[in-house]
Design a protein around this ligand. Structure first.
Ligand code: M6R
Length: 612
C-alpha cells in the first residue's frame, strides 16, 4: 500500500511526480503529498483526499524545482488527514521522507525521541523514522546516507523510503525492505517509484532495488550499498511495459477495459505453453522441477483474496487431472499456524501484485521448512517471483483497477496449465485426452469474447438488482470458487453485502435470508452438478427469491425457473471458471457504476496489500 515517487535531474519535478502519483493511486488514495527542492529551500504540499485534491490545492503556488518526492497514502497509523499525509519532516524541518510500509517499533522509538526533545506533528510511524535519522546524524556527526543506514538498522518492519535533505539539495536517499522500489535510469536524471508505471514514459532502463539495499542518488550518479555497508553493482534491466497498457483506451474505467482484455490476456497466458496437436504443455518456468513433480506428496496453495479463489479452482483441476492432493490456504492464516510442511511438498503462491505481505511471509515460512516454492505472479520482477524457487508468470499485463478481473482469469489459466503439466509428468492423463482438452482450451479466448456479448443484457439485469442490500452467489464444483469471486467483486466495488456459498450449503443457513428482495446468483451451467443446482434453484424460488442464473447457451430447463438467465458458451467443466466469471465481473461493474461508486478505486481498498 502507498505509492512513492521521486525525481532528481534537469526537468521540473512537480509534473513528473504528480503524474507518477496518479499512476500509483491504485496503491492507496486517502491522501497525497509532494515535497520539492528549489533555490529557496524545501516546499511541501499535502492534502487529505485523492491526488486531484492535492493538484487543485497547489494549483496557484510556486512549484518550481528539479528534485522532488511524492506519496499517495493508504492509512495504517493515523487517520487520513492533511497532517498525517506524507512527506513528513524531521524535527528541524530540513529532512523530508516518503514511506511505504510499516515501522513496527515506532512507539518505542517515538518515546525515546520525545525524551530527547523531539516534537511530532503527525500520528504516523513514518515521522518517527525521519526524526531518528536526524537524531543519529546529530549525535554521530555523519553524512545523511550513513545516518539513514544506521537508523534503518534500528527499525523493524517493512519500508520503501525516499529522503530529501535541504542541506544537501543535490541528492536523494532511497532504501527498501519488504516494500517494492524501482529506480529509472535516464541521462542526467533518475526516477524512483513503487513500480515502473511512473517511469515508463521517460526511460526503459530500470534497477529493481533489492531488499536491504540503500541508494544515494544524484542527477548523474548512483551508489547502492547493502545495509551492512557493502557496495553493490546495480543490474540495469529493460522494461517490457508499454505506455498504452497504462491508459484507459476509450473505456470509462480501467476495470471495464481489463474485463474486455480477457480474450487477449488469456491467449497471452497460453502463448508458447500449449501444443494442442501434440497434446503437450510446456511450462519453462518450472521445467527444472519436472522430475520432482512425479514424486511430490502434496501441493499447498497460499494466496489472499481473489488469488485465493483462483487457488480453489486450481485445487479442483490439479486433483482431478494430476491426482495430487491439494490444500488451499489463506496466506494470512497459514503463516501464523504451525503447519506440517515437508521437503516433499510443493507450495504454490499466487499473487497478482507479487507484493502481498501475508503471501510473502507464508512463502518464507514454507521455504524455511524445506518445501519447494512455485510462484504464479502477474508483475514481472516483483518480490514474490524473486522469493520463489520457480514460477509461471500470468502475462495479463498491468491491472490498474483495484478489483481483480483479468489477473484472476490469467491465474486460473496458469493453474489449468499446471494441472495438465503435472498430469502429463505423472502419467495420469492420456495424450489423446490432452489433445482434446488443449484443443478446446486453445479456443477459450473466442468463447470469452462470446461471453462478453451479453453485456447489454447484464446491464438490464444490473438495473433490476442495483438497489439490493444483500446478494447470494451459489455454485457447485468449480462453480463454487466462481461464486465466491462473484460475491467478492460485487461487495468490493458496489458495497452491497454479498456472500458466496457452495449451492448445497445454502440449506444449512443462508436459506434463512431468502426473501423477495434477495437476488441469488446461480452458476447453473450444464455440467456434472447441473441437476443438483436445478434443485437448489427450486428451493430458492419456493421462497420467492429472485434468481439470476449463469447458464449454458441454449439452456431451456433453468430458463423455466430463473428470473433472468445470462448465457455463456458451452465448454468442458474444466474451463467453466474462465467463462462463468465474465458475466459476474460485468454484473458487479454495472451495478457499481449505477450506484455511483468509484469502480477503479473502491473505498478503503488498495491494489497491493503490503501490510499484514
Ligand atoms: O496481489 P495479490 O493477488 O496478492 O492480491 C491479493 C488480494 O489483495 C486481491 O486479490 C484482492 O482481493 C482484490 N482486490 C480482489 O479484487
Amino acid at each position: 500500500m502507498c505509492g512513492i515517487v521521486g525525481y532528481i535531474g534537469f526537468r521540473e519535478a512537480w509534473p513528473i511526480v504528480l503524474k507518477g502519483l496518479k499512476r500509483l493511486e491504485y496503491r492507496g488514495y486517502d491522501s497525497a503529498g509532494i515535497a520539492l527542492m528549489n533555490n529557496t529551500g524545501q516546499h511541501i504540499y499535502k492534502k487529505a483526499g485523492k491526488v486531484a485534491v492535492l493538484e487543485e490545492f497547489a494549483a496557484a503556488q510556486d512549484k518550481s524545482g528539479t528534485i522532488g518526492i511524492g506519496h499517495t497514502r493508504w492509512a495504517t497509523h493515523g487517520a487520513p488527514s492533511d497532517r498525517n499525509s506524507h512527506p513528513h519532516t524531521s524535527n528541524n524541518h530540513k529532512l523530508s521522507i516518503i514511506h511505504n510500509g510499516i515501522i513496527e517499533n515506532y512507539a518505542t522509538l517515538k518515546e525515546e525521541l520525545i525524551e530527547r526533545g523531539h516534537e511530532f506533528k503527525s500520528d504516523t510511524d513514518t515521522e518517527v523514522l525521519i526524526h531518528l535519522v536526524e537524531e543519529i546524524q546529530k549525535i554521530e556527526q555523519i553524512d545523511l546516507m550513513e545516518a539513514v543506514r544506521l537508523a534503518l538498522q534500528e527499525v523493524s518492519g517493512a519500508y520503501a523510503i525516499v529522503i530529501m535533505d535541504q542541506d544537501n539539495p543535490d541528492r536523494l536517499i532511497a532504501a527498501r525492505k519488504g516494500s517494492p522500489m524501482v529506480i529509472g535510469v535516464g541521462a542526467g536524471e533518475y526516477f524512483i517509484a513503487s513500480d515502473a508505471t511512473p517511469i515508463i514514459e521517460y526511460t526503459k532502463n530500470v534497477i529493481y532495488l533489492k531488499d536491504g539495499e540503500i541508494a544515494l542518488i544524484t542527477k548523474n550518479d548512483l551508489l547502492i550499498k547493502q545495509l551492512d555497508n557493502v557496495v553493490q553493482t546495480p543490474l540495469i534491466q529493460e522494461l517490457e511495459l508499454k505506455l498504452e497498457m497504462l491508459e484507459k483506451g476509450g473505456f470509462d474505467h480501467f476495470m471495464l477495459k481489463e474485463i474486455y482484455e480477457q480474450p487477449r490476456s488469456i491467449k497471452d497466458c497460453m502463448r508458447g505453453r500449449i501444443y494442442p496437436q501434440e497434446g503437450k504443455v510446456q511450462l519453462g518456468g518450472i521445467k527444472e522441477f519436472a522430475e520432482k513433480l512425479k514424486n511430490i506428496d502434496r501441493i499447498i496453495i497460499v494466496a489472499c483474496g481473489t488469488s485465493w479463489h483462483a487457488g480453489l479452482v486450481g485445487e479442483y483441476l490439479i486433483e482431478e487431472y494430476a491426482r495430487i492432493p491439494v490444500e488451499v490456504e489463506y496466506a494470512s492464516e497459514f503463516r501464523y499456524r504451525n503447519p506440517i510442511i515437508t521437503e516433499k511438498d510443493v507450495v504454490i503462491a499466487i499473487s497478482q501484485s507479487g507484493e502481498t505481505a501475508d503471501t510473502m511471509a507464508a512463502i518464507e515460512m514454507a521455504k524455511e521448512r524445506g518445501a519447494t516454492i512455485f510462484g504464479i505472479c502477474n508483475v514481472a520482477g516483483a518480490s514474490i517471483p524473486r522469493l520463489t524457487d520457480a514460477g509461471v508468470y500470468t502475462h495479463a499485463g498491468p491491472e490498474i483497477g483495484v478489483a481483480s478481473t483479468k489477473a484472476f482469469t490469467a491465474q486460473v489459466t496458469v493453474l489449468t496449465l499446471m494441472a495438465f503439466y503435472m498430469a502429463q509428468q505423472k502419467g495420469t492423463i492420456t495424450t489423446s485426452k490432452l489433445i482434446e482438452l488443449l484443443t478446446e482450451l486453445d479456443h477459450i479466448p473466442e468463447k470469452v469474447e462470446l461471453a462478453l456479448e451479453s453485456n447489454d443484457l447484464i446491464k438490464e439485469v444490473s438495473e433490476k438488482i442495483k438497489d439490493s442490500t444483500n446478494c447470494l452467489f451459489l455454485g457447485r464444483g468449480t462453480g463454487f470458487p466462481v461464486a465466491l469471486e462473484g460475491a467478492l467483486k460485487l461487495k468490493e466495488i458496489s458495497y452491497i453485502h454479498a456472500e458466496g456459498y457452495p449451492a448445497a450449503e445454502m440449506k444449512h443457513g443462508p436459506i434463512a435470508l431468502i426473501t423477495e428482495e434477495m437476488p441469488v446468483v446461480f452458476i447453473a451451467t450444464q455440467n456434472s452438478s447441473y441437476e443438483k443446482v436445478i434443485s437448489n434453484i427450486q428451493e430458492v424460488k419456493a421462497r420467492k427469491g429472485k434468481v439470476i442464473a449463469i447458464v449454458t447457451a441454449g439452456d431451456t430447463e433453468v430458463k423455466k425457473m430463473a428470473d433472468y438467465c445470462i448465457e455463456i458458451p458451452d465448454a468442458n467443466e474444466a474451463f467453466l471458471p474462465l467463462l462463468a466469471t465474465i458475466p459476474l465481473q460485468l454484473l458487479s461493474y454495472h451495478i457499481a457504476v449505477m450506484r455511483g461508486c468509484n469502480v477503479d478505486q473502491p473505498r478503503n481498498l488498495a491494489k497491493s496489500v503490503t501490510v499484514e
